[in-house]
Design a protein around this ligand. Structure first.
Ligand code: NDP
Ligand code: OXD
Length: 310
């Protein structure tokens, strides 16, 4: 069995090789690079690999993605439609997404940003009390990430709704399903948190037409993908005052270009695609377990359904 590893973060890609090699000693595990001749590998473990990988490696039994989102892989024309793609399922990321959401919301709802400003001004004063009813949260996507985000905020007593295709949401969370119920979901939400996968159906979902349906003084938290958001529409609605704040972790172009208006916008907070980071121990353990299952001919979870794009 030959396993190739390649990541768009060359500085860290080596950290995946040794633990996989140690756990599956019968496998030959190596880093892939574009100068290599075809290796006839069985498995590729990847994050945002170059298209040439799949041009050269035509006999892969599976591709293991070092992340939850597979939009980057699915857009590679060289990856055969028959090659199974296995994504990461949680692997320690969902709790990080929940933390990110709690941070982004409480800065505003608990006025923590205002207390920081007060400290800078040397002011000791209690601001108004929190009314959770004024902060209804809508979570787009109620999968592994969205469910944890929704559950966590519901446990903090925010009124939380989730929007998905199937209508499946965790207990204590109001359910909305499909495009028919999107307007009602948006109309009851002040904080909109995006945890959707990027697909043909969800691209540009955060655009003027949808954002305008949110409650006034809305807050946007985007942890899905940059292509979910029409950036000019967000900027226009921030300037018009309908949207109060945006906390953005993902962008159409990453790294965010130096001259992008988000960098200095007073109502925008940006982070560099770190809402959840792939944790080495959890990621490697999950991938090893699945490779071993594949070797034994057992079924795998987390196999991407190509027809729906996630
Ligand atoms: P899942 O596949 O577990 O969940 C996807 C959810 O989105 C499901 O609830 C699904 O509904 C819903 N959904 C998909 N398409 C539609 C649609 N057209 N209409 C309504 N609902 C839809 O994915 P994860 O939760 O594991 O990951 C979600 C995304 O989070 C990733 O694809 C990635 O883009 C992003 N991510 C970002 C990170 C970051 O650091 N910023 C880190 C990790 C992930 P249903 O269940 O009904 O099918
Ligand atoms: C992921 C990500 O999809 O890190 O896992 O964005």
């Amino acid at each position: 069995m030959k396993i190739l590893v390649v990541s768009s973060h060359p500085a860290t890609q080596e950290r995946w090789v040794e633990p996989i090699s140690n756990a599956i000693p019968e496998a030959e595990v190596a880093l892939w690079h574009p100068d290599l001749p075809p290796q006839n590998a069985d498995i590729a473990v990847v994050w945002s690999p170059p298209a040439e990988l799949f041009e050269r490696e035509r006999n892969l039994r599976a591709v293991f993605n070092l992340g939850a989102g597979v939009d980057g892989l699915l857009k590679l024309p060289t990856l055969s439609a028959d090659t199974p793609i296995v994504r990461l399922e949680d692997a320690g990321m969902a709790v990080q997404m929940a933390e990110y959401a709690v941070w982004a919301i409480t800065r505003a709802s608990r006025q923590f940003d205002d207390y920081v400003a007060q400290q800078q001004a040397g002011v000791w004063a209690t601001l108004s009390e929190l009314r959770r009813a004024q902060w209804p949260v809508g979570v787009l996507g109620a999968g592994v990430m969205g469910s944890k985000v929704a559950q966590t905020l519901a446990a903090l007593d925010y009124p939380v709704a989730g929007w998905s295709r199937s209508g499946k949401v965790p207990a204590g969370v109001e359910s909305f399903a499909g495009l028919d119920e999107l307007p009602a979901f948006l109309a009851r939400s002040r904080v909109l948190i995006n945890t959707l996968p990027l697909t043909a159906e969800t691209r540009d979902i955060l655009r003027r037409e949808t954002l305008e349906q949110l409650m006034p003084q809305a807050h946007i938290i985007n942890m899905g993908r940059g292509e979910h958001l029409v950036e000019e529409d967000l900027l226009a609605l921030l300037d018009a005052g309908h949207i109060e704040r945006a906390t953005l972790d993902v962008f159409r172009q990453e790294p965010l270009p130096k001259d992008h208006p988000f960098w200095k916008h007073p109502k925008v907070t940006i982070t560099p695609h770190v809402a959840a980071i792939s944790l080495q121990h959890e990621t490697v353990a999950q991938i090893i377990n699945k490779i071993q299952r594949l070797m034994r001919g057992e079924p795998l979870s987390g196999v991407v359904q190509r027809d729906r794009g996630y």
